[in-house]
Design a protein around this ligand. Structure first.
Ligand code: HSE
Length: 447
């Protein structure tokens, strides 16, 4: 082909499950277009997978198959290694071995980068190789590129995203069909959205891995997964979704990272994943099913939102193959002048911009209280909130069900500092007329 200025780039693929198979197919199907984009062919010439029969089926004679990933990682013919093994331990050893052997790496492994990213990027920097990871955050949505390159003129203020499709599907089912959490989870598993062990999804860990990476890209800080506040959706009750709806809100599992530097307040970065009330009119509140969306605010651009599939064979392959294209284009660029892994020059990663503890987070709240239906209850509660200087935005109280002497009170508050909310909630829970622990869900207007 006339556009080919160089010989082919040779790629070794580690792990040929859903995304690996998808990447092989997308690259083969769009080979001509991709070659026109890059100026040279990108060829997956080797595949490693413990299941060599599966690998042979995918390769169909077009790539050499092995059961030993280290053979590929050490192969002098290979320029780029795609790591789709997943998990922390074996994947980390393979990625570090690939880097050590001078290979560029493309990975979809958010857990690996959120936990060991600093070590991996440092090793890559030392060796002058690239580690590309578009597929690690929100699957097919090019959010890494958007934050790292498209928005590089901006001082980013915050990023808020629906970055786990499984939990968004569950929450959509609970709201649309009035399903319980357990029934919605079973449906997600039946449709293949949730893993057989869905813990990382429903406990918010997968979203926290992605939010951690986004925080580093947005604010130029080292990856700090251990400082991310993580709360999943397993304790959400169907009635909270209903009450939120009556008040004009939807509940979404958001990954939020926000710069904080208001005068007199703490200076740092909020990094948190938790169920969040969002006004129903916001675009992001209407992202349904297994779709992902990431909302980014920059000081120059204002609000931007990115929407698409966060998982699945070809959507994720779209990101993996785009990374191959990026790496292939950059192979001839001086390593010191490539796009930095975490958007900012390594030596400028801001260790002085700490992740703030959850107690310092500034947010509003939905509070649901189970109370005895007797005089003065609401007055006692509002007095405690007033003493804590927490302003109430809305109140919803249901009539007690027939024959019952207790009911729910739902309050929406204005923003406050979390430790003040904690103290007020503890005082409210100590009231004799408050019958159970207070249900607290954070609320973000995103305005
Ligand atoms: N399990 C993830 C999700 C997809 O449900 O969004 C891969 O990150």
């Amino acid at each position: 082909m006339g556009v080919e200025k160089f010989g082919p780039v040779r790629v070794g693929l580690l792990g040929v499950g859903t995304v690996g198979g998808g990447s092989f197919d997308v690259l083969a199907r769009n080979q001509a277009e991709i070659t026109r984009r890059v100026g040279r062919r990108i060829e997956i010439t080797r595949i490693a997978d413990l299941d060599t029969e599966r690998a042979e089926r995918v390769a169909a004679g077009r790539a050499q198959v092995t059961g030993d990933a280290y053979e590929v990682v050490r192969d002098p013919q290979i320029d780029i290694v795609i790591e789709l093994v997943g998990g922390y331990r074996i994947a980390k050893d393979l990625v570090l071995a690939a880097i050590d052997n001078g290979k560029h790496v493309v990975t979809a492994n958010k857990a690996l980068l959120a936990v060991h990213g600093n070590e991996i990027f440092e090793a890559a920097q030392r060796k002058g190789v690239m580690v590309a990871f578009e597929a690690a955050v929100a699957g097919g949505i090019p959010i890494v590129k958007a934050v790292r390159e498209g928005l590089s003129a901006n001082r980013i203020e915050w990023v808020a995203g629906i970055i786990n499709g499984t939990t968004n599907f569950i929450l959509s089912e609970m709201r649309d069909k009035g399903m319980s959490f357990d029934a919605a989870l079973a449906e997600a598993q039946r449709l293949g959205y949730a893993e057989a062990d869905p813990t990382f999804d429903i406990e918010g860990v997968d979203a926290a891995h992605k939010a951690t990476i986004l925080a580093s890209l947005a604010f130029g800080i080292p990856v700090s997964f251990d400082k991310c506040y993580v709360e999943g959706i397993t304790r959400l009750q169907a009635e909270d979704i209903r009450y939120a709806e009556q008040l004009g809100y939807r509940i979404k599992l958001l990954g939020i990272t926000r710069r904080r530097d208001e005068p007199g307040g703490p200076r740092g970065v909020e990094l948190r994943v938790h169920p969040t009330l969002i006004p129903a009119a916001r675009l992001i509140a209407n992202v349904e099913g297994a779709m992902n969306a990431v909302w980014v605010r920059g000081d120059a651009v204002g609000d931007t939102m990115y929407y698409g599939k966060g998982a699945g064979a070809e959507p994720t392959a779209s990101a993996v193959v785009a990374d191959l294209v990026d790496v292939a284009r950059m192979l001839t660029a001086d390593p010191d002048n490539r796009v930095p892994h975490l958007a900012f020059q390594t030596e400028s990663l801001a260790a002085d911009l700490p992740i703030l503890p959850i107690e310092d987070v500034h947010t509003a709240y939905y509070l649901r209280l189970r109370v005895a239906d007797e005089p003065g209850v609401l007055a006692d509660i509002t007095r405690i909130l007033a003493d804590a200087r927490i302003s109430i935005d809305a109140v919803l109280q249901r009539e007690p069900a027939r024959g019952e002497a207790e009911t729910d009170i739902v309050l929406l508050t204005h923003r406050t500092i979390e430790k003040q909310a904690n103290a007020a909630i503890a005082r409210i829970e100590a009231l004799p007329s408050v019958l159970t622990k207070v249900t607290r869900i954070r609320l973000e207007d995103l305005d």
